[in-house]
Every structure is written in C-alpha cells, then in structure tokens.
Design a protein around this ligand. Structure first.
Ligand code: NAP
Length: 336
C-alpha cells in the first residue's frame, strides 16, 4: 500500500482555513534527497502565498502544501547525490517552485540544503533558513555591509530583525533599529546600538547620515527611510515593490520589468531626489550560504530567537499568530 504523510495545504488562493490532509509521500529525482521533517518555521510569506499576494512573482498549482523552511533528517538520497546520505541532520529552504515544509516529508534539491548547525535543536534550526538567507543576501550580496557602516534595521524584534541585528553586529556595523516597548529589551540584548520606539518617535527625525536601510515594513516607513541616508546610500527592501533594476538583474520577462518600473515610479523619483539607490530583494535558496550561516551559528556569533514552538496540529493558530504581526523572533511548528 502507498505510504502517506500528513501535510497542511490549501485548495485555492484566499483559503483562510488551511487543511491537514493525508497525501502521498513525494518521489525524489536523482538530484533530490527525501527529508523527514522535524520542524518548520512560520514566515509572513506563508500567509502572503495563501492569499495569492505573491502571484506577480510566482504562481502555484493547487492543491498547495504550504511552508518555506525546515529542519529534518535525510531518509533517502537520489542517484547523483554526493553531499548527503541517509541519517544526516539538515536544514533548508526549498526552491520556490517546490515549497511545502508543513508536512512530514519533503523531496528537496540537494543545492537547497545544508547540514544543520550542530549546536542547535531541530526546532531552533528550523527558525533560521528563510530569515537567515534573506538577511545574508541583503547584507553581503546587495549592500556589501562593512565594519563601521551605519544601518537602520526596521522591526528589530521580528523574525528578520532578530537575525539581522546579530549579523550586522557580527560584521561590525553600527545598528539602529525600531521596536515598541515590548521589543526594546530584546533588541538591546541582541546588540542594537540605538533603539527608536516607533510608537512614540519618528525614526526619520532621530537618524541622519546613514549608509543603509534594511526595510522590512514598506509603505510610509520606506518612503521616510530615504530621508535618513547619506548621498550614495542604499536601501534594500524585502516588503515593498520590485523595481526595474530587480526585474533586469533577475531576468524577469521584459513586460514584467516594465510593470515593475511602473509600480515603483514613486521610489525611482525618491532615488533621484536623495541620490540614493533603492533595491528590492526576493530571497533565493542557497545551501552554500546556509553552510556559511551554519559556521556563524556554530561559532556562537548568531543564535535564532524563538517566540513559540507550536504543535503541527495547531498550524492554523501559528499562522494566525504570525499574521497578528506581534511575534518576537520566530514561530516554529514542531512536526516530529
Ligand atoms: N522579499 C523577501 O524575500 C522576504 C523574505 C523574508 C521576509 N520578507 C518580509 O519581511 C517582512 C518582515 O518579516 P518578519 O518575519 O520579520 O515578520 P514578523 O516576525 O512577523 O515581524 C513581527 C515584528 O515586527 C514588529 N513590528 C511591527 N510593526 C512595526 C513597525 N511599524 N515598526 C517596527 N517594528 C514593527 C513587531 O513588534 P511589535 O509587536 O513590538 O510592534 C514584531 O516583533 C514581512 O513582510 C515578510 O513577508 C520578505
């Protein structure tokens, strides 16, 4: 009889009540490994995908198993696999066309995973891949963040922010961040040099001459960010709209790049007005970068921050909590 697994899925975009169903355990190709998942983390991208908000960037077939990062144990390796074997503890972010980590098993390309940091539990390791890779790519691939650079990290107490403060401090940058009273102690503990209470103060009135802004909020917070930069400064946003540069650099079709140019017109004007550069980042999976992150974690330079560990059966509640926007650090689903 065919073996089944439990998975959390939707049948159509906008389906707020996700379902837990028994589905087939996926087959692997020669370049894949089959992983038994122990834990997965919740990311805002999960409910954005559920609601169809990412359709301009990627459109999924239904039914769709949700979930974008995980930790687990390799069960089986495809014919071409040289880096992993059955029994290896791994963590990863599957490529965007093959998501589905809210499940007991996943078939994943070997380039998208790395060995789990040895000093983390499976729950802690599952909290890292998506926020870790996004921030690593923002700081190293786009900003080239250096010691003494001044950076504003928006929403320091969130999943991204708690990782980003630690990575920026490890690089040696000067870090300002925004947080409410509820997140102040946490971001200070992580090493933030300056904390702006965003409920009481306007960051753009308190900060000036910054090199970089890591924008996790978009909208008005992004618009105000232009004011705090030096000429030549850079913004990397993971929450607002893509621009034409993003379209060209990531080989989107010409018509999409034109559409990105149109929706980002206001930001292009601000770039010219303040002589700064606006970049959009849509993170990419990378086992290679996860290895670099593993080294930082094993050297105790970075530690994931977990708000709550929630049983697999309560994934709906975990998604709702993430959607409240109030989590401090990461929400993790314990699967096995
Ligand atoms: N483009 C990409 O590739 C990519 C990758 C990863 C994430 N993202 C996006 O990045 C964003 C952040 O993700 P996340 O995982 O960090 O979210 P999150 O963990 O849900 O963020 C929640 C945190 O944000 C804080 N916060 C909320 N509003 C704030 C404000 N106005 N100013 C300062 N802090 C505020 C909250 O603190 P209080 O409760 O104290 O207010 C809470 O601690 C999401 O939109 C996500 O989709 C994009």
């Amino acid at each position: 009889m065919e073996k089944k697994m439990k998975a959390v899925l939707i049948h159509k975009y906008g389906q707020k009540n996700i379902e837990m169903k028994n589905v087939s355990i996926p087959d692997i190709s020669n370049d894949d490994v089959l992983v038994e998942i122990h834990a997965a983390s919740i990311n805002p991208v999960d409910f954005k995908i559920r609601d169809g908000k990412l359709r301009p960037l990627i459109n999924y077939k239904m039914p769709l198993i949700l979930g974008n990062d995980f930790s687990g144990t390799v069960i089986k390796a495809g014919k071409n696999i040289t880096k992993f074997k059955a029994g290896d503890p791994v963590y990863g972010r599957p490529r965007k066309s093959r998501i589905g980590t809210f499940a007991e098993y996943i078939a994943v390309h070997e380039d998208d995973i790395a060995l789990k940091p040895a000093n983390l539990t499976f729950e802690e390791a599952a909290a890292v891949p998506l926020v870790g890779l996004t921030t690593f790519q923002a700081f190293h691939d786009i900003l080239n963040l250096q010691p003494e650079d001044k950076i504003l990290i928006q929403a320091g107490s969130g999943g991204i922010g708690t990782f980003a403060i630690q990575l920026a401090k490890e690089i040696g940058a000067y870090v300002a961040t925004t947080a409410s009273n509820a997140g102040k102690d946490l971001v200070e503990r992580l090493g933030a040099d300056k904390v702006i209470n965003y409920r009481e103060e306007n960051f753009e009135e308190k900060l000036a001459d910054y090199d970089y802004v890591y924008d996790t909020l978009g909208g008005d917070a992004l618009v105000q960010s232009f004011k705090i930069l030096k000429p030549g400064g850079k913004i990397v946003s993971i929450s607002d709209v893509p621009n034409a540069r993003f379209g060209k650099e990531n080989n989107y079709p010409f018509w999409k790049t034109i559409a990105f140019r149109l929706i980002s017109r206001k930001l292009t004007k601000l770039e010219k007005q303040y002589q700064v550069q606006y970049n959009f980042l849509f993170m990419k999976p990378s086992g290679e970068q996860l290895n670099k992150i593993r080294e930082l974690i094993e050297a105790e330079k970075i530690k994931p921050l977990i708000d709550q560990i929630i049983p697999f059966e309560d994934t709906q509640k975990a998604m709702e909590y993430s959607e409240s926007g109030r989590a401090k650090g990461k929400i993790v689903i314990k699967i096995k």
